[in-house]
Design a protein around this ligand. Structure first.
Ligand SMILES: Nc1ncnc2c1ncn2[C@@H]1O[C@H](COP(=O)(O)OP(=O)(O)O)[C@@H](O)[C@H]1O
Ligand SMILES: [Mg+2]
Length: 408
């Protein structure tokens, strides 16, 4: 007897197999696509001894896409500063074709001075991520201010480890910094002009008026006879109070615009300011001054004086110090003023981050004044261990020194 398998039972099994195969192919295609596009760089496969992790060849693909698409320049350098790899952004920064950038020396994009600063940082590169700001010389002779972040890379068969650099264009940041500086300078200048105007008003008008009232009150006291007892006493008291008021107004006016600075120079005004501060606050102030050139340029004298004034204001307002030392010295072509106190101290870095909207202008103004005359400004302060303010200002060469301004 001849038996035939019914057609109907064979067909569904075959089409089930086919569907399964199609699903496998689709899955494999998807996996292949994901590997190709860098979506997958590692696979975990179940094995007899547990899961196996496979890292795919070319797994840096995703990172390569990232590095090529970023705005910053990215480079790898040999220990001898040869460029092993550079991204397109870096080629754009130095305005040269990538083929000519790769394989050349990174040093050719830097000035001799910047090369010397960078070299030790590359040699000592560690994971702390050193940063440096330099000027990048582009192929067309233009320059770009950049920040370079440096990281060591794995040796990967090299004798000495290569380094990775990320180069960030700082043009916009520099411009904002310059704008901010120009603005702060204008604020300081406006403050100076306004102080001068108020000082003049006080000196010329209020002090004159007070002196006239003082003389009148003296006359009144003289006219009252001894038997007028209480009234005479009152008149004497009034005269005394007026005298004190006139002195106070004179002090405020002097602080606003120190005539002594213009007439007698920096050392005299530092002495005056310190003496007055010690008398008023009860703190002991020690002043040490090295012999200085006869007269300094007016803007330098004013800068030192205003910084001392603001520093002493801060000591009075915040430090609760018992001893203050003010030291003015000359070393080489620099004049240095150091003001230290033994007060409560503070964290200058914390302050620099800004206490929303509450920060004063004092420290900012001091820094601006020092920077404007080409100087440097530093604060060292530790909570509980006092504060030290240091200002270093270069003296202009002798021939170029302007005379201090004459008093008005
Ligand atoms: N000599 C100092 N001792 C202790 N803290 C200080 C001293 N100088 C400055 N500071 C701190 O720094 C802050 C900022 O000072 P400043 O910019 O002059 O602003 P302001 O005096 O108006 O608060 C002060 O509020 C204070 O907390
Ligand atoms: Mg202040």
């Amino acid at each position: 007897m001849k038996t035939t398998r019914p057609k109907t039972s064979f067909r569904p099994a075959l089409s089930r197999e086919l569907a399964k195969l199609r699903a496998h192919v689709a899955e494999s295609e998807e996996m292949h696509r994901a590997i190709r596009t860098g979506e997958v760089d590692t696979m975990v496969v179940a094995g007899k001894q547990g899961p196996h992790v496979f890292t795919l060849k070319g797994s840096e693909h995703a990172y390569r896409v990232l590095i090529e698409s970023m705005n910053e320049g990215a480079l790898t350098l040999t220990a001898d500063e040869l460029i092993l790899y550079a991204n397109q952004s870096f080629a754009r920064m130095v305005k040269g074709p990538l083929e000519q950038v790769t394989g050349s020396s990174f040093r050719r994009f830097l000035s001799a001075e910047d090369r010397a600063t960078l070299r030790p940082l590359l040699k000592r590169a560690d994971n702390s991520g050193a940063k440096i700001q330099v000027l990048l010389n582009a192929g067309d002779g233009s320059q770009m201010p950049v920040q370079i972040s440096i990281r060591p890379l794995p040796k990967n068969g090299f004798e000495s480890a290569p380094v990775g650099l990320v180069v960030t264009d700082m043009t916009a940041a520099r411009r904002s910094e310059e704008l901010l500086r120009a603005l702060t300078h204008r604020v300081v200048q406006a403050q100076e002009t306004e102080r001068g105007r108020v000082a003049l008003e006080l000196h010329d008008h209020i002090t004159q008026l007070l002196c006239a009232i003082l003389v009148r009150s003296q006359t009144l006291a003289d006219h009252l006879l001894a038997r007028d007892g209480p009234a005479k006493k009152e008149a004497m008291k009034l005269r005394e109070m007026l005298g004190e008021t006139a002195e106070e107004v004179e002090r405020i006016s002097r602080n606003l615009r120190p005539g002594v600075l213009e007439q007698l120079g920096l050392v005299a005004v530092l002495n005056d300011t310190n003496r007055e501060f010690a008398k008023r606050t009860g703190a002991s102030v020690k002043l040490a001054c090295a012999p200085l050139p006869n007269r300094l340029p007016g803007d330098i004298e004013l800068t030192f004086f205003r910084i001392l004034q603001e520093a002493l204001n801060n000591v009075e307002k915040h430090a609760r110090a018992r001893h203050v030392t003010v030291c003015l010295t000359q070393s080489g072509n620099f004049l240095q003023l150091v003001i230290s106190d033994d007060g409560v101290g503070f964290n200058p870095n914390h302050r620099a981050n800004g206490r929303k909207g509450k920060g004063g202008l004092g420290l900012l103004g001091m820094r601006e004044r020092a920077t404007y005359v080409g100087g440097e400004f530093r604060i060292k302060s530790i909570r509980g261990a006092g504060t030290e303010i240091e200002v270093r200002i270069p003296l202009p060469p002798k021939g170029q020194r302007l005379p201090a301004p004459a008093g008005d």
